[in-house]
Structure formats: C-alpha cells, structure tokens
Design a protein around this ligand. Structure first.
Ligand SMILES: [Zn+2]
Length: 328
C-alpha cells in the first residue's frame, strides 16, 4: 500500500515469470496453490455454500463484500509488491507521477482547514508525498508504510499506533490490509474529538467494476484483499460511531482511467493501457514499442467515451471509487 501507490491509478496483476499480460492475471491468480479464503475479511462470516464464488474472490452472502481467494501467502504478496510495482524513479512516464503528487497535495489543501488541531496519520504513505504536503501547511503528519523509512515515515501497522490524531487517512490502502475492519476500528479510536477518518477505496459494485468483471483495473489481485461496496463501507463507519460528512464517487481518483483501461482492454489482443503508461523498468508485459503505441493510440480514441462513461457513473453514484470523510 502507499500513497504514490495509493494514487489515482492502480496496478493490476502480479509479477509473472512468463511476462504474460495482466488481463489474464485474475484467472491466473485464482489458480494458484494458496488455500481458499475461509471467511469474509470484512464481517468474519464463515464461508459456506450460500456465498458467491467468483474468479479469484468470494462474495459474502451476509455483507456483500468480496474477499480475495485463494488467500495469498506472505511470499505471494511479497512477490506481488516486488520492485517493478513502484521503482525508485517513479512508476509512470511523462507527467504521470507529477499528476499523482499534485493530487496528494490537493487532498492536504482540502483537509487541513477542516481538521481540528493535532497531527495527521497517513496509513499507507508511500513515498510520503501527503505527509510532506501537510508539513507545508505547518501540520505534523506521520506516515505508515511497509519497508519504508524516513523522518516522518514509520514501518508499522495502524494497530501499533496510539495517541490522538486529528485525522487518520486510508488513501487506497485499506483494501491492501489483511484485517481491514480491525484497522478501521483502531483508526476510529485514534481520532480526537472532531477528528476525521478519510477513506478512499475502489468501488467493487461500480458500473465499471460490473461491466469489466474479471478484467476490471482495480481488482488488482492479489494485492487487493477486500473488495468493498459503498453500503458495506458506510455502515461500518457509522457503526464505529462516526458521522459521515462527505461521500464522493469521483474524488477517490482512478475513475476515468478505470474506464479508459477497460475500453482499451476490450480491443483485439487486449492491449494493457496501465502497463503501457508505466516507465519501461516498471512495465510488466508491454515491452514491444508497437504494442505500446497501439495501447496509447487506442486510449486517445477511447478518451471521449471514458469521459462520458465517467459522467454517467458519477451521476448515478456508482463511480469506480468511493471517498468518505467521517467525523468523530
Ligand atoms: Zn461478510
């Protein structure tokens, strides 16, 4: 999980020795040897014959949330987070990484004026861009990130944190946690009075998720362990005693890109747009310049359709991501 990583655009698929395109990866992952998920990662319901077995995940009959299945081992996850996912130089070519940084800064600009005094905790802080953006406002911020360190970044789980915080932010990180519901419980307890929980996650019941199915960009198996719906997320947050103050189906990012990637992936040969826009060292499959050009040209043609689909999806409150602010 991370912040750069948590940003507007997410990866899908796991590292593959054969270098096969990502589109087949939901299916490929579903065939790995790990044991099937035994219970819902969101509500702890023990799976039985009533639950919905999908490719690479099981949808809980009780809460509607899908849990990645098979349930990956630590080794599988380490391989899935290997260097290609977030190389030192950044993941995207051209302006991509700059745009992602700008998005992080905009989040700090929005939140800083509405938060009570006190520090901010960024769970899944990536390279610390959001933490730095809060620092520019003169607000203390601490980021949590696996295998990362820095003056304001700690290699710790949210459950290991104590104290009182003006905000706890899960920007595209909750879906990466092995115990997301427990993490939210703890985060709610960390908030000072008036403190705000901020969550952005893919919307697994969005229009684009339903249309693109197993090829949906934000399925991202096996890194995404939980696949949430807006009602499941909102009812959980309310059950923690927080007041939901804002819900957006656009602010969480990756909505237009989800459509764009999905449309391009429907073409013959299933070109992989997400892979094509990454820097060469961060690419998984699209090594051929011709294939890359094909994907990029297709994206240009598909852009007006992706924008139109986004407008419809957001208007019917079924956008590809859900963003929530909830106050204690
Ligand atoms: Zn459940």
């Amino acid at each position: 999980m991370s912040n750069a990583q948590s940003s507007a655009i997410r990866s899908e698929g796991r590292r593959s020795k054969s270098g096969s395109p990502r589109q087949g990866n939901t299916l490929a992952y579903s065939r790995t040897q790990a044991p099937p998920a035994a219970q819902c990662v969101w509500c702890e319901h023990r799976f039985d014959s009533a639950d919905d077995r999908l490719t690479g995940r099981v949808r809980c009959a009780r809460c509607g949330v899908a849990t990645t299945s098979p349930w990956p081992s630590d080794e599988q996850l380490s391989a899935a987070y290997a260097d290609w996912y977030r190389p030192e130089a950044g993941r995207f070519s051209g302006l991509g990484d700059k745009v992602l940084r700008r998005t992080r800064s905009a989040l700090a600009d929005r939140l800083h004026p509405i938060l009570p005094p006190g520090p901010v905790l960024d769970v899944g802080a990536g390279d610390g861009t959001l933490v730095e953006a809060f620092a520019r406002h003169g607000r203390e911020a601490v980021g949590l990130e696996r295998h990362a360190s820095g003056p304001h970044i700690r290699n710790a789980e949210v459950e290991e944190v104590d104290g009182k915080w003006s905000a706890v932010i899960f920007w595209h990180s909750l879906e990466h946690l092995r115990q997301p519901a427990r993490a939210l419980n703890h985060a709610a307890a960390l908030l000072s009075p008036g403190g705000t929980l901020v969550v952005a996650v893919p919307n697994a019941t969005s229009l684009q998720a339903r249309i693109f199915g197993d090829r949906w960009l934000a399925l991202d198996l096996p890194r995404h362990l939980v696949h949430l719906s807006p009602p499941a997320l909102l009812s959980k947050i309310e059950a923690l005693g927080l007041r939901v103050e804002r819900v957006s189906y656009l602010r969480g990012g990756q909505v237009v890109f989800g459509w764009l990637h999905g449309f391009v992936g429907q073409l013959p040969g299933h070109p992989d747009l997400y892979d094509a826009i990454r820097r060469s060292e961060a690419r998984q499959a699209t090594r051929s310049p011709v294939l890359r050009l094909y994907a990029l040209a297709a994206a240009v043609v598909a852009l007006p359709f992706a924008l139109a689909a986004t407008a419809i999806e957001v208007a019917v409150r079924s956008g590809g991501t859900i963003y929530v602010e909830a106050r204690r």
